[in-house]
Design a protein around this ligand. Structure first.
Ligand code: GLU
Length: 614
């Protein structure tokens, strides 16, 4: 993340340097100020309590822009779209119009939760063996071939999501919603440590594309911390969409350019990075549609938990795990005992996720079974209160269950986890009581690594979320026009029919357990929402060893070893992630008060804002 905004107290000098930079920057190019003109990113506050609505994102500029919309009378959807567009400027390696996401909305007038599936989609010409090297018959290595490629670029869904959300529930136009983000892109923002690190980590592949190098590696270096980064190309792209509408992206000149970039990635002369071209066409873009989907729903300890249905596995997996945990009186247990149950429930739900969840428009997903309390009761039979199961555990049988225990749990098969840990999430509420929980992504940090030339945004590599090897029984097998399974889990919880809590997180496959753990910590372990967001995390995805932050291992590792639980810190080979899930959330009540919470430290901390503090 990056950030700044020039008008923060003490930033007058920074504004001066910005003007100077604008004066000397070549037209159409991004630019960063020299280190001598270092500015300070605007301050961020992780928790705020108040009334009248609020917003939480990972970024101070995005939260400021969303808050401004709320203060000017916009509703939660208007603020969410404006903030998402801003995140496309300041969090370009996690989100943007080159990516997709899942939008969950509580409407105060109807009292209903609704969702939009804005997932990226495989091109019509994508083949089953798109990720298989014909010379070996094996999948291409994940890094760099699958990650940095045109093949992995899915048809983007973000703009169509914003359009649909504004049309259904918003009060503002797309043009008005994009304006503050366009101004931010034009004026620039102050680069922070996380942004600088993200560019440095990706320097080799960013260097491999003329367009990406031009935007993020001027002079061959990552923008320095405290310098100002402008993206006039993205400002112009937002202006174009504001003038001509979302059609300009899906059908106009932009569509042509996106398809050409995917088919012929703009490689830098002499680069030896292998970059596979993709097959996306203008027709794929013209045919892209978001899907209105019913939310998933389970009840947990008297609350109604609504989540995102397939093509995300978030709602079904969080919901199934909660249903399993419903069978236990967790608040009466010691912390290690309750955590043992949380880890085991996660493993069981993950086994079912891998076996049954994919794009519901292409495969049958037995959602009602996965969310059935009777099914969960039967799954809970495998859970010993004292001893960790041998993992991976097998999926349950959704075709026949009665909640009665019989037989020992079977062993399952391990799956490759190729979901990265970078994405971003925002939570918004307004004065009327509408709530948005929205997770948006371009998948890998930096997506495919390919900026659309002169347009200022990166293309996603979301199709790496498909299983690489085609198996006709795998619900997440590659198919043309299909959405890869996601783990994104935007969640809104109602109590007595009114919003009680909204939460979501980045983190690839750890998103599911992060949201589950926050709900469990809040509801069963008595933490406040800010405490639950800050708490050290552990993520079991049905493997013998649980991925856990070092602080979790230090605090609970020894006690949980007595249950047979094993832990290792995050950081798959080739990644530097040492943390799990920079979440955001809002808790409602008592009365009209809201507690808006962002991450206090992960990814440099997030920014919580309220319309009226106190
Ligand atoms: N591709 C992931 C998913 O849709 C999200 C990526 C991330 O969180 O970093 O589940």
């Amino acid at each position: 993340m990056k950030s700044t905004h020039a008008l923060a107290a003490g930033a007058a000098l920074a504004l001066g340097s910005t003007l100077l930079t604008i004066g000397i920057a070549p037209a159409g190019a991004a630019s960063a100020t020299a280190a001598a003109h270092r500015a300070t990113p605007p301050p961020k506050q992780a928790t705020m309590v108040g009334t009248g609505g609020g917003i939480s994102t990972v970024d101070a500029d995005a939260s400021r822009i969303g808050l401004q919309v709320l203060r000017q009378g916009g509703n939660a959807v208007d603020a969410a779209v404006a903030a998402a567009a801003a995140l496309g400027v300041t969090e370009p390696f996690s989100s943007g119009i080159g990516g997709g996401g899942f939008f969950v909305y509580y409407d105060h007038r109807t009292g209903k939760v609704r969702t939009i599936d804005g997932r990226e989609t495989a091109p019509h010409a994508m083949s089953h063996d798109a990720f298989i090297d014909p010379s070996t018959g094996q999948p291409y290595p994940f890094t760099p071939q699958r990650v940095t490629s045109g093949v992995s670029v899915g048809t983007p869904g973000s703009l169509a999501t914003w359009q649909r959300a504004l049309h259904r529930w918003g009060t503002r136009s797309m043009a008005r919603s994009l304006r503050p983000a366009a101004a931010l892109a034009r004026r620039g923002f102050v680069v922070d440590r996380t942004f600088n690190q993200q560019v440095s980590d990706n320097a080799e592949r960013f260097q491999a594309f003329t367009s990406t190098r031009r935007l993020y590696l001027r002079g061959g270096h990552a923008p320095t911390v405290g310098s100002r980064l402008r993206n006039p190309d993205l400002a112009a792209t937002y202006d174009l969409i504001a003038r001509k509408g979302v059609r300009a992206f899906y059908r106009g000149a932009l569509a042509q350019q996106i398809a050409r970039t995917v088919q012929r990635p703009p490689k830098t002369a002499g680069t030896d990075l292998p970059v596979m071209p993709g097959s996306m066409t203008r027709r794929d873009l013209a045919r892209y549609r978001v899907v209105d989907r019913r939310p998933t729903h389970v009840t947990y300890r008297g609350r109604d938990v609504y989540g995102m249905g397939p093509a995300s596995s978030g709602g079904s997996t969080v919901g199934e795990a909660l249903n399993i945990l419903s069978n236990y009186h967790l608040s009466a247990m010691s912390a290690p005992a309750a955590l043992h149950h949380y880890l085991e429930a996660s493993a069981l739900a993950y086994a079912d996720r891998n076996a049954y969840v994919g794009d519901p428009d292409k495969v049958h997903v037995p959602l009602a079974d996965l969310l059935s309390p009777t099914y969960a009761k039967e799954r809970a039979c495998a859970l010993s209160p004292t001893t960790a199961m041998a993992k991976p555990v097998a999926a349950g049988d959704v075709s026949s269950y009665d909640g009665v225990c019989s037989g020992a749990p079977a062993t399952g098969a391990a799956r490759e986890d190729t979901e990265n840990r970078e994405t971003t999430n925002l939570t918004v509420s307004d004065r009327w009581g509408n709530v948005v929980e929205y997770t948006l992504t371009i998948e890998q940090t930096g997506g495919s690594g390919i900026v659309v030339p002169h347009r200022g945004f990166l293309l996603n590599n979301e199709l790496t979320d498909f299983s690489a090897v085609y198996d006709p029984h795998d619900p997440n097998r590659i198919e043309p026009d299909k959405r890869p399974r996601s783990s994104i889990s935007p969640t809104i919880v109602l109590r007595h029919g009114k919003p009680w809590l909204a939460v979501g997180s980045p983190g690839g496959a750890t998103i599911i357990t992060t949201v589950l753990q926050i709900l469990f910590d809040r509801i069963d372990r008595g933490m406040t929402l800010p405490q639950a967001i800050a708490a050290p995390r552990a993520s079991n995805q049905n493997s013998a060893t649980t991925t856990a932050e070092q602080a979790f291992i230090d605090r609970y590792g020894a006690a949980l070893a007595a249950y047979g639980q094993k832990f290792a810190p995050p950081g798959a080979p080739g990644t530097s992630a040492a943390e799990i899930g920079a979440a955001t959330g809002i808790e409602f009540g008592p009365g009209r008060r809201i507690t808006v919470a962002a991450e206090p430290t992960r990814r440099g901390g997030g920014s919580a804002r309220v319309v009226r503090a106190g």
